[in-house]
Design a protein around this ligand. Structure first.
Ligand SMILES: Nc1ncnc2c1ncn2[C@@H]1O[C@H](COP(=O)(O)OP(=O)(O)OP(=O)(O)O)[C@@H](O)[C@H]1O
Ligand SMILES: [Mg+2]
Length: 284
């Protein structure tokens, strides 16, 4: 794995105010998240995914274990290193307009920023999430998807090294989702970010380096997307055994494998087309 940044060691979090149901919400979770790494965190409703992200953010007390950021316990961490896009995302907004929201983020990073630099900064991050409405637009006039884009832009603009997205792409249209996935990969590489995508959308898993399944507060699997979707040694893929619907690329590849006796394991449309063309060229 990439150089670790966040390490969860044997982390337990108890259910708040439920003495009648003593089950912990997180049960002995040990995980590491690396630099330049995108991790997809999946699991059924109530598995503990949001709790895990909020725990990394330091919002819940641990009943056991510890979490460190590059060796420092997270409770001793200076603010701004870890950023989460909450549900509902509007909970994190401070500004009245798109400009204000992103300008406040810029000023937190650099209080000496000039007005001209501020304009460039705001436009850069608005463009990154394809927020095409005028930047003076009030946040109260934005649609759900536009609001979500603003919150994602704010997180990307924050300069945090760890970004936690809690089903943040769900309200976006297909085009925005696809564009953002590409952006995340580029940003993770360029700024050595650690990105955690909590998601029910298996298309998100395609761009991840690793996929982690959480179930009843426990890590049940941590593997690479190829193994997750295509299995190994002829075994049923874990994606299927856990009841997640695979992305269409995986469905298409499995259908072609079955029909033509192939063993393709593509994770993108480009890869799928390339492999099919290769097989076609070989057979002619
Ligand atoms: N503040 C809280 N107090 C008590 N129990 C909680 C609290 N927040 C969550 N839980 C419980 O913890 C468990 C995990 O919830 P969590 O929201 O982390 O799941 P999730 O994996 O994010 O689910 P979803 O996919 O529905 O968002 C659930 O059983 C939930 O009822
Ligand atoms: Mg959740």
């Amino acid at each position: 794995m990439a150089q670790p940044r966040i390490i969860l060691d044997n982390v337990c979090v108890a259910r708040v105010g439920r003495a009648d149901r003593p089950l912990p919400v997180l049960n002995h979770v040990s995980l590491a998240f690396g630099k330049r790494e995108i991790v997809a965190l999946v699991g059924h409703n109530g598995a503990g995914k949001t709790t895990l992200a909020r725990t990394i953010l330091g919002l819940y007390p641990l009943t056991e274990g510890c979490i460190t950021y590059e060796g420092t316990p997270i409770r001793e961490l200076s603010p701004g290193k870890i950023q989460m896009v909450f549900q509902p995302p509007s909970a994190q907004l401070i500004g009245q307009t798109i400009f204000e929201e992103l300008a406040l983020t810029a000023l937190q990073r650099n209080s000496a920023i000039t007005r001209a630099q501020l304009d460039v900064f705001v436009q850069h991050y608005a463009d990154m999430v394809q927020l095409t409405v005028p930047i003076e637009t009030s946040v109260y006039e934005l649609s759900g998807g536009q609001l979500q884009r603003l919150c994602i832009a704010q997180a990307l603009a924050s300069g945090a090294k760890v970004l936690l997205f809690d089903e943040s792409f769900a309200p976006l249209d297909d085009e925005a989702r696809t564009a953002l996935r590409k952006q995340l990969r580029t940003l993770a590489e360029r700024h050595a970010l650690t990105i955690v995508l909590i998601t029910h959308d298996m298309e998100d898993v395609l761009i991840a380096d690793r996929v982690v399944i959480l179930d009843a507060g426990e890590v049940r699997l941590a593997t690479d997307p190829q193994t997750f979707f295509y299995g190994e040694h002829g075994q049923t893929p874990r994606c299927a055994t856990w009841g997640f619907r695979p992305p269409y690329i995986v469905d298409a590849a499995l259908a072609a494998n079955h029909r033509f006796g192939l063993s393709m394991r593509p994770l993108s449309e480009e890869e799928l087309v390339e492999e099919l063309l290769h097989v076609y060229a070989l057979s002619h």
